[in-house]
Design a protein around this ligand. Sequence first.
Ligand code: AMP
Ligand code: MG
Length: 330
Amino acid sequence: MRDGNLICLGIEGTAHTFGIGIVSEDGNILADERETYKPPEGKGIVPYEAKKHHENVAAIVLEKALKDAGISTEEIDIISYSAGPGLPPPLLFTANFATKIARQFSKPLVKVHHGIAHIEIGRFLTGCKDPVVVYLSGGHNAILAFVNDSYKIFGETQDITVGNLFDRVARKFGLPMPGGPKIEELAAKGRNYFSLPYTVKGMDVSFTGIQTAVFRLIQKGIRKEDIAFSLQETCFAMLTEVAERALAHTEKNELLLVGGVASNKRLQEMMSKMCEERGAKFYVVPQSYSSDNGVMIAYTGLLAYKKGLANPFEDLVRPRWRIDEVKWFI
Ligand code: AMP
Ligand code: MG
């Protein structure tokens, strides 16, 4: 507690990033330390290696975060961690680490849903209230909105995520992870559009057909820039279409883009234009908080703690925890 404000230390470690954020109840970000695991060349995340990475950096990340915040452990009121969804090895390490320090500091422990944390930090930093959320990260590809007492999933991917697709295509080009920003750079220099399978089924999207078609274009020796351009145009048009339908269906008038892919300028442009045409407001989470971080876990931990929604189950982690299973509020 500082100046009458509760202080929460939040720990993220569901996948590639181990991060610790410290946030106070009045919305001040006191610390934001992160270390990110880089997969070996030509590979995606190897879950066990991500866990080893987190193991190696955890103590130093904690020490730095406490130092940045300039607070003593007594001043911390709550410890929160993302309990899922995520990859079991890094997830379990993070849960055990959080449990250990909560015990050591004698603080209550709050389990946070990683997806809700992405949304809540987005709502907090942009000031939007009740948006249709487009959540696109490495592991998630969903269109959501808050209805009654939880975030409901209106549409998702039937196979891989768009972030995953971009990473796979970038790897085929021989580019390292994360592939999304590299695809964006290439696409900016693309001129020719090659038709790719546009697969929208109701509110869901599917990307594996595009992957097959893109790999064929690569084999044919089509320019990388034109492939990346065609890839972006097709995938983002599909996502914009379902986002627009969600706005129409829910009658909400705000749209919020969150997750690592949210930093893509072309995606932002397409979504923002669609919103403008419908008279809806467009928001995007600031780039520094679009990817995984501890601040979003600390902030959401505070919200959960204050509402008494801290400990909905006994298990330490839930690798497949669905967002609509979480009783929530906005
Ligand atoms: P996250 O899991 O939230 O950290 O998001 C990581 C995913 O976002 C990876 O699949 C990245 O390739 C993707 N990504 C990051 N930046 C961009 C970008 N500028 N354009 C497209 N995808 C991106
Ligand atoms: Mg994430």
